[in-house]
Design a protein around this ligand. Sequence first.
Ligand SMILES: Cc1cc2nc3c(=O)[nH]c(=O)nc-3n(C[C@H](O)[C@H](O)[C@H](O)COP(=O)(O)OP(=O)(O)OC[C@H]3O[C@@H](n4cnc5c(N)ncnc54)[C@H](O)[C@@H]3O)c2cc1C
Length: 396
Amino acid sequence: MNFELSEGQKMIVNTARSLAGEFGPEYWRGKDEAGEFGGEFWLAVSEAGFTGLVIPEEYGGAGSGTTELMIAMEELAAGGCGMAGAWYLILSEVFGGLTVLRHGTLDQRRKYLPGIASGKLEFCMALTEPDAGSNTPNIRTSAKRKGDYWIIDGDKTFISGADRAGGMLIIARTVPRERVSHRTDGISLFLADLPDSAVQVTPISKHGINYSHTCSVNIVNLILPAGALVPPEGGGWNDLLDTLNPERMSFTAAGIGIARLAIHKAVQYARERKVFGGNPIGSYQALQFPLAEAYAGLEAARLLNLKAADLFDRGQDPAEVGAVGNMAKAIVVEYATKAVYWAMQIFGGYGYAREYDVERWWREVNLIRLAPVTQQMTLGFIGEKVLGLPKSYAAV
Ligand SMILES: Cc1cc2nc3c(=O)[nH]c(=O)nc-3n(C[C@H](O)[C@H](O)[C@H](O)COP(=O)(O)OP(=O)(O)OC[C@H]3O[C@@H](n4cnc5c(N)ncnc54)[C@H](O)[C@@H]3O)c2cc1C
């Protein structure tokens, strides 16, 4: 067992730190307030090769793995980008890159991977529906085969990046829920090119991460060629887990990074700020202990998350990857939230002022307990799959 990063991984850390130095809190404060995409940042991470970390060299990528992607995301976030350090990479490289790489046909790989690796093709994933968030198999979006075409209809919600993406991973039912014996059967994955007049996209006003728009998506009579299906037809559930597992890990990496960033800033402030007498507020245990506890928890979460990424990279069973990945995420939700909460507290009233950025990281870190999977669902998964307790969250 070796906990050292390889030379290549250390290079990724250094590159991420230098990029995050260029696109730090002030840059993202402006983008968040303006509701604008961080185009300059995206160009820079693309040029640094981060958009193609998981993509093989033959398709223009770096040929590394999700372990390296997690390292890059955490460092970008911790170095000053906050959630933005991971967000755009999740949409394109995880939703698009990893899905096509793992389960796409040769034609799909040739079509999509070079654009994703270069950063020129942005992606998004349309899974959630108004009546299917935690209960994913409840999706109703339908895909019907007509000769050489598929016709897709349905309503999706909370689809991040759908307003900009050139590619969309659509999760649909090729067999309606009522006609399958097991609720995860009959689900299929499709790759659609955007924009398309059959896909109407409307941004949803939201709490944070406003440098990316999260949208409701109405799909009416979208016609896709037969080759848009990611095989196998009707058996997409297991393939989908290979997208949702690294998505979870990415949120964990982002959460650790945001929390490290907030702790760093809070420690600097707490060492200087004096309120009573000559001692800085950082000398009070009431403020030190929660930060220290959170920091220790974040370190533990990172080790588990890298273990999950390593299992994924070695092609282990999605259930095993999911168990470790969910445990990492369960820890990070507790400790990253705690870290940013206390960072904000340490800043007192200034924690509420936009110019100190902590309030923005608070808005960002709150997402990880709600998405991509809620904390209750994560714990329910661990309860059932790891501890062997009865299923608590869905009818069989
Ligand atoms: C900013 C943002 C971006 C997103 N981006 C995307 C995206 O790009 N693509 C995409 O497809 N989706 C996206 N999502 C959707 C996200 O994955 C879902 O919101 C999430 O899975 C939760 O689903 P829900 O909102 O329907 O909550 P619900 O499933 O309705 O859950 C509501 C509450 O009930 C609790 N609950 C439900 N069942 C149980 C139970 N058995 N025991 C205990 N508690 C329970 C949940 O934990 C939760 O607290 C995004 C969401 C947000 C907020």
